[in-house]
Design a protein around this ligand. Structure first.
Ligand SMILES: C[S@@+](CC[C@H](N)C(=O)[O-])C[C@H]1O[C@@H](n2cnc3c(N)ncnc32)[C@H](O)[C@@H]1O
Length: 465
């Protein structure tokens, strides 16, 4: 097998690169860990295509030390940077989706338990002072969602039940018991997302908006994602669906208990909102401004898969609560590329990221192979990790340390629930491990064989977290 670490001249590249990349000897031990392995803030809210916290741990533990910066330019719900912070690193997460940014920020700059509980108590009191009017508004919305008498105050506006600013979509009205909806309309109007404590509470509320057990505020949909609005309307009409009454304040209080099961990480982190193609530059500027080391020793990230997910559409109930436009999110994100533009996109991302890595920095990219696309087998999705190495990482100057294969169980529950979208699921993740330079590649090879402590909290960190 040719030595992939040596960078051939451009013209030779196509001839010298084999189709299968060398293994690294890292076994996907994260798959053997319990589902909720890791810090108790991780499950704040479900997020499509998030990786389990144990996955970034396998690389954070091998390839970084306490005090190092660990960056994820596509942070989603913030798994990698939160896990990094929980292990004493400086976790930095970036995402272009405002919903993902909110969750990442809530975890990296969390409210303390005292702040969250004090604010929740104040909100409960304020609601109580005007409960009759809020519940009457909830009842009007459920009875006649589009009617001007059922218009509601906007997210974070601070408006009272008479501030009739905007209509509530039919499918939102269907989802809740009128009393629960009255409480939610109050919380939606009251929580100001720019405030750290309110943002944390908002992240916790969207985490309990819908699901099948009594901890959730609506039983209309599973917790994993929002089902298509048209389907929801049809289902509710067919079955005469009525959501049970749930007390939003009690449910939120119970959610806080679960989130605060473990002490907050003592090392803070940073959440950035923006395009991954500039995440490296923005990360350096943000770290520099805070007097922190401005380059990451490790990046662990899972870029959006080829043409698989619409993060806005599949979260429409959560985006409604947060006041984000689901369609605008989907129009902006890079989820709908075919292979060639995707590779150009990834080259730009990786070139920018490299400038934010230390000289011995390592980048770990979790790349999903798309085996089916829109129900048909996908010719372009297979071998994507190889293409990302050849056409995006190599030209940006990285050195290849190797690849780790992670087989995903086919036909998972979530995929079944997707119905006609089920054919779009990915089946194998390939994890590329790259050095920013030759020093990074050597470090990646040297660390591959290290044994990992899978106890949580890790034995040597028990004193600090
Ligand atoms: C596979 S998900 C990452 C999930 C994450 N690892 C987690 O555990 O939650 C990919 C993410 O890329 C984001 N994304 C899509 N296009 C982007 C872009 N141009 N810049 C930054 N983020 C983008 C999506 O919003 C999504 O959160």
């Amino acid at each position: 097998m040719p030595d992939l670490s040596r960078q051939p001249n451009g013209a030779q590249l196509a001839l010298e690169l084999p189709s299968a990349l060398p293994g690294l000897g890292i076994e996907p031990e994260w798959k053997a860990q319990p589902r909720l392995w890791g810090h108790s803030l991780h499950p704040m809210c479900s997020y499509l295509a998030s990786f389990p916290a144990a996955l970034p741990h396998a690389f954070i533990a091998r390839y970084s030390r306490p005090g190092d910066v660990v960056l994820d330019p596509f942070s989603g719900r913030g798994t990698a940077p939160l896990q990094a912070s929980a292990e004493g690193r400086i976790g930095v997460g970036n995402d272009l989706n405002p919903f993902a940014h909110l969750l990442t920020a809530a975890k990296l700059e969390p409210a303390t338990p005292a702040e969250a509980r004090t604010r929740l108590a104040a909100l409960r009191l304020a609601f109580g002072a005007d409960a009759t009017a809020w519940v009457a508004l909830g009842e009007r919305v459920v009875a006649r969602p589009g009617h001007p008498s059922a218009f509601v105050p906007a997210t974070g506006s601070g408006g009272g039940p008479d501030a009739r600013t905007e209509p509530v979509p039919d499918e939102v009205a269907i989802a809740f018991h009128p009393r629960t909806l009255g409480q939610l309309l109050f919380l939606r109007a009251s929580l100001r997302l720019a405030d750290r404590t309110d943002r944390f509470l908002a992240g916790a509320v969207v985490g309990i908006l819908h699901g099948k057990t009594p901890s959730y505020l609506s039983t209309l949909m599973p917790n994993t994602f929002s089902m298509a609005p048209r389907y929801v309307r049809g289902f509710a009409a067919r079955t005469g669906f009525r959501s049970p009454e749930r007390d939003a304040f009690d449910a939120l209080s119970a959610k806080l208990d679960r989130l605060y099961r473990q002490p907050l990480p003592t090392t803070g982190g940073l959440a950035l909102l923006g395009d991954a193609r500039t995440a490296g530059k923005r990360t350096r500027a943000a770290l520099h401004a805070r007097g922190l080391p401005d380059r990451a020793r490790l990046a662990v990230t899972s870029p959006p898969y080829l043409r698989v997910l619409r993060y806005g559409y599949y979260n429409w109930l959560r985006t409604w609560f947060l006041g984000f436009d689901a369609q605008a999110i989907d129009d902006e994100l890079d989820h709908a590329h075919h292979r060639e533009p995707y590779l150009v996109f990834m080259r730009e991302v990786l070139a920018d990221l490299r400038s934010a890595l230390t000289d011995d920095g390592i980048a770990v990219l979790v790349i999903g192979d798309v085996e089916r696309d829109g129900g048909k087998p996908s010719a372009t999705g297979l071998g994507l990790a190889e293409r990302v190495w050849e056409e995006a990482a190599y030209p940006a100057g990285y050195r290849l340390a190797g690849m780790v294969r992670d087989e995903i169980a086919a036909n998972r529950k979530m995929t079944r629930l997707w119905g006609d979208e089920a054919g779009q699921a990915t089946k194998t993740d390939r994890i590329l491990v790259l050095g920013a330079t030759e020093a990074g590649r050597r470090r990646a090879l040297a660390g591959a064989g290290l044994p990992i402590d899978w106890a949580w909290p890790p034995t040597r960190l028990r004193a600090i977290i």
